[in-house]
Design a protein around this ligand. Structure first.
Ligand SMILES: O=P(O)(O)OC[C@H]1O[C@](O)(CO)[C@@H](O)[C@@H]1O
Length: 555
């Protein structure tokens, strides 16, 4: 198989891009009244509306050819079959197995994954029911009121995002808290207001070696034991979620209180596993099943729909076009729903940890741009912060506008205003405002001619800026599951076409190693690093910290 840059489709796309220079979205819409209806994909209750991208039908045909030439269908089949496609870690990638309905065959390398998944899920259900119904009691016999989930990265972002998104379904007597930062502020705030007799901690770490999580967990444990007066309380107030049973035991949490998962579940793809325990505690087993069902429906669509109607595949191909052929270096995620405000943070890890790489799986340079910078927050706030740059700045930033058609618990009128803004921003980015239109508007408003001429360049919008609109009918566990799975598969498809392994994350290692070393050197009671051990910036900043700390101790 040719490498990506040698493929005929890539060469054709490069030439095609040059031929399209000056292409106007407004003209594309003017020439083709059916464009908006044609360029959208529907699946599992989601709509991916991609008509506002600088693509023609021949562009899409070439992108689909690229997917075929780079072997995408075989890669999809390999993932679902449990092949060890995470080659640098020699692991299968089977988060899709976590959302298969019970009873659906799921045997990989002779192991019945379905049975293993179901066994853990049964324990999770039992445990969450006991907590939710007040049968799981703290050390003094009181029911649990607060759940503190301690984890970071994939062991935090997924459950935190989903719990926020589905807050309207939350158990009325349980408060959830998420602690990820090691700096002491988050855990301090939570412990300050929590009642040790009624607080349950979930320590979530795939490896159970992550410094931030273990430090926070130890502080929480010390706090509990100090209040309870004995270690026995830990068994009523700590559960762990991990693949590392030995480390969980060494921490002092026994096997009965541990929910396992497997190395074939990547951290950033793990919210469907026991890492999703806080979701289950918040919304209950039935709604958690609906979340899984939504993701499974998207899996089935992804696995079986033809590429040209395959929603995650189209999401990925449009992204590749914008990144590699139109020069987009970042991608904005703009959900127009407050409950989805953590989605951009979640997608940052999903996409950037997966595809923020410059070598292919075979170790050779990729040779083209890979993951863009993913950023954003809920759309309305963004409008009043950085949308200026989107409309009139110097770099193209493709936007994913995410909207929900039907209001949930929120007021219908408020909801409609937010939705109107989504539509208006997408339209404004595409249509822009010409100098003539700006002049005419100012004339109609009665501005003096000299003032009009001075303001025209400032009030002109170039337009022609690409965006997608992704619509959910309602924000439900099912639709959220489908949405998240669509993004997971988009990430996978992009990685597959670029030829990279989207499932490892070696790039996070170096900083972790250095932090472990620097930590010891910050203590003024311990020897400073030898000159030359670090770069001189690090040396100077370490010296500053040591001085400050020494002075603090001496006052
Ligand atoms: O679940 P763990 O093992 O604590 O890891 C947390 C996160 O840390 C990372 O390894 C990155 O530092 C992520 O990939 C992972 O989701």
């Amino acid at each position: 198989m040719p490498t990506l840059l040698q493929s005929a489709a890539w060469t054709a796309l490069s030439a095609h891009r040059n031929a399209l220079a000056g292409l106007s979205l407004n003209s594309l819409f003017a020439e083709d009244p059916a464009r908006a209806r044609r360029l959208q994909a529907d699946a599992c209750g989601l709509v991916f509306h991609y008509a506002r991208n600088l693509v023609r039908d021949d562009t899409l045909a070439l992108l689909l050819r690229l997917a075929l030439e780079t072997g995408l269908p075989a890669r999809i089949a390999a993932m679902f079959a449990g092949e060890r496609i995470n080659s640098t870690e020699d692991r299968a990638v089977l988060h899709v197995a976590l959302r298969r309905p019970a009873g659906m065959p799921s045997t990989v390398e002779g192991v019945d994954l379905g049975a293993e998944v179901e066994a853990v899920r049964t324990r999770m259900r039992r445990f969450s029911t006991e907590v939710r119904e007040g049968q799981w009691l703290g050390y003094s016999g009181r029911r649990i009121t607060d759940i503190v989930h301690i984890g970071i990265g994939g062991s935090d972002l997924g459950p935190a995002m989903v719990c926020e998104a589905l807050k309207d379904l939350a158990h009325p007597a349980l408060r959830l808290h998420f602690v990820s930062n090691v700096d002491g502020v988050q855990i301090g705030d939570v412990l300050h207001s929590a009642d040790p007799e009624t607080t349950l901690f979930i320590v979530a770490s795939k490896t159970f070696t992550t410094q931030e999580t273990l430090i926070n967990a130890r502080s929480a444990r010390a706090w509990l034991v100090a209040h309870a007066g004995n270690e026995a309380a830990v068994a009523r107030h700590f559960v762990a979620v991990s693949t590392n049973a030995a480390a969980v035991r060494a921490f002092g949490i026994d096997a009965d209180n541990m929910f396992g998962f497997w190395d074939w579940v990547g951290g950033r793809f793990s919210l469907w596993s026991a890492i999703g325990l806080p979701i289950l505690l918040q919304i209950g087993a039935g709604q958690f099943d609906a979340l899984l069902a939504g993701a499974h429906a998207m899996d089935e669509h992804f696995r079986s729909a033809p590429l040209e109607r395959n929603l995650p595949v189209l999401m990925a191909l449009i992204a590749i076009w914008n990144i590699d052929f139109l020069g987009a270096r970042s991608q904005l995620i703009a959900p127009y729903h407050q409950r989805l405000h953590r989605l951009p943070a979640y997608l940052q890890q999903l996409e950037m940890e997966s595809n923020g790489k410059s070598v292919r799986a075979d170790g050779q340079p990729v040779g083209c741009h890979t993951s863009p910078v993913i950023w954003g927050e809920q759309g309305i706030n963004g409008q009043h912060a950085y949308f200026q740059l989107l409309h009139q700045g110097t770099q193209p930033v493709p936007v994913d506008f995410i909207g929900v058609l039907e209001a949930g618990a929120e007021d219908e009128f408020h909801h409609r205003i937010a939705f109107a803004n989504l539509l208006a921003q997408a339209e404004a980015l595409m249509r822009g405002r010409s100098a003539e239109q700006a002049e005419a508007e100012m004339r109609a408003a009665g501005l003096a001619e000299a003032r009009i001429q001075a303001l025209v360049p400032h009030r002109t919008f170039p337009g022609n800026r690409p965006s997608n609109v992704i619509l959910l009918e309602r924000l439900t566990p099912f639709s959220l599951g489908a949405l998240i799975a669509a993004y997971e598969h988009r990430t996978f498809v992009q990685g597959a076409i670029w030829g990279i392994n989207s499932f490892d994350q070696w790039g996070v290692e170096l900083g972790k190693q250095l932090a472990a070393r620097v930590l010891g050197e910050l203590d003024p009671a311990r020897p400073a690093a030898l000159p030359g051990d670090h770069d001189s910036s690090t040396e100077a900043l370490v010296a500053r910290y040591r001085d400050r700390y020494r002075r603090k101790l001496s006052t």
